[in-house]
Design a protein around this ligand. Structure first.
Ligand code: FAD
Length: 333
């Protein structure tokens, strides 16, 4: 079998790349071994135009988000589903000083829009609110698990996905083509997230370890469309389920759930949320993070037909669509 592109990995990177290349008429095969605790599956997947702390480049961030929103809508149209919804993020201040800083950071957003549901009532009814809050509208929530599984089903139905671990020893790179088992491809793109550490073609030492823990909790009686954030983000998933996270741990050996973090987080939530809650599950995932938050969208070494898209770090859902849009002309040339 001959194809134009072989893509390794179907996280958000491999999903969006395969979508864009197929939309442009190229033939593509994706190889992915399903991993329920991949970064893309575990992510909160929020597109937030406001950076509350650290470096701020509002113009760049707004440009990336505009491209992202268009892309997720286009992908939804293709599969006749909705993968993205517009909402409000309610950010609580931990002190009066933080509230002043938050208010000035919202002034940097070029995209401002009042959504109909004001969060005031929900804040008063459901949260302890000592120092005030700001609300950011719109932000966008991607239904990441629905998006990844729907795209996977589309690829499977069209015989475009091989569900297996890509065996690097079966891959031969020739001067102008790739051979993998019985597949011949003009180009290959590695999108393995942290799986790239086992990829002998990449030989990279650019990654820094970074994991995040997440609790999936049930809050009976709490019906909301809004996202709430204080020490952690509380994101409604529907059916009274909420995503609560996350942390950034830089030193770890395994992806075993961090019991200490869970205890601390449950306590923080009890001091913030007035309603009782129940933890349904505790997940942990490793982010594909690089030193200096460098994103790789380029060819590998001297091979002009071997590429990788990686290093999406803490913001893959936000930045991947823009990275891909800028990179496509080089990729298909
Ligand atoms: C807790 C948490 C919260 C986050 N929240 C946000 C957020 O709110 N907004 C945002 O924009 N970003 C967020 N992110 C970041 C985002 O999730 C990542 O940047 C993004 O998912 C990385 O996608 P990826 O496709 O590069 O890698 P991955 O998601 O890791 O996907 C890689 C895929 O490749 C497959 N694979 C690897 N090796 C092989 C092999 N040899 N053979 C076959 N398959 C292979 C894996 O199984 C996997 O399916 C968050 C991340 C975490 C962990």
């Amino acid at each position: 079998m001959n194809v134009d592109f072989l893509i390794i990995g179907q996280g958000i990177a491999g999903t969006l790349l395969s979508f864009e290349l197929l939309s442009k008429g190229y033939s593509v095969i994706v190889i992915d071994k399903i991993q329920t605790n991949s970064a893309s599956n575990v992510a909160g997947a929020v597109l937030n135009p406001i950076v509350f702390k650290g470096r701020k480049n509002a113009t760049e961030r707004n440009k990336q988000i505009k491209i992202a929103v268009d892309t997720y809508e286009k992908l939804g149209d293709k599969l006749s589903r909705a993968f993205i919804r517009k909402t409000t993020l309610v950010k609580f201040a931990g002190s009066e000083e933080e509230l002043i800083n938050l208010e000035s950071s919202t002034g940097l957003s070029a995209v401002k829009e009042s959504l109909s549901a004001s969060p005031d009532m929900e804040v008063a009814e459901y949260f302890y609110n000592t120092h005030g809050y700001i609300s950011v509208s719109p932000v966008w929530k991607i239904n990441n698990q629905h998006l990844l599984s729907s795209w996977r089903n589309f690829l499977l139905q069209n015989n475009l996905l091989i569900e297996e671990h890509f065996d690097y020893s079966d891959c031969k790179i020739f001067p102008d083509s790739i051979k993998y088992k019985n597949l011949h491809s003009k180009k290959i793109i590695f999108c393995e997230g942290v799986g790239a550490l086992a990829d002998p073609f990449l030989k990279t030492d650019s990654f820094v370890k970074n994991r995040g823990d997440v609790l999936i909790i049930r809050i009976p009686g709490f019906k909301t469309e809004n996202i709430f954030q204080k020490d952690y983000r509380l994101i409604p998933l529907g059916d009274e389920l909420f995503w609560l996270g996350s942390n950034y741990r830089w030193s770890f050996e395994t992806l075993e759930p961090d019991a200490e973090w869970r205890t601390h987080t449950e306590k923080a939530l009890t001091n913030w949320l007035k309603l009782p809650f129940k933890v349904e599950s505790h997940l942990a995932a490793e982010r594909p993070t690089t030193a200096g938050q460098q994103v790789f969208a380029s060819h590998v070494g001297n091979h002009q037909h071997v590429f990788w898209l990686n290093g999406l770090g803490t913001k893959g859902f936000t930045i991947a669509p823009a990275v891909i849009q800028n990179w496509l002309p080089e990729l298909i040339s």
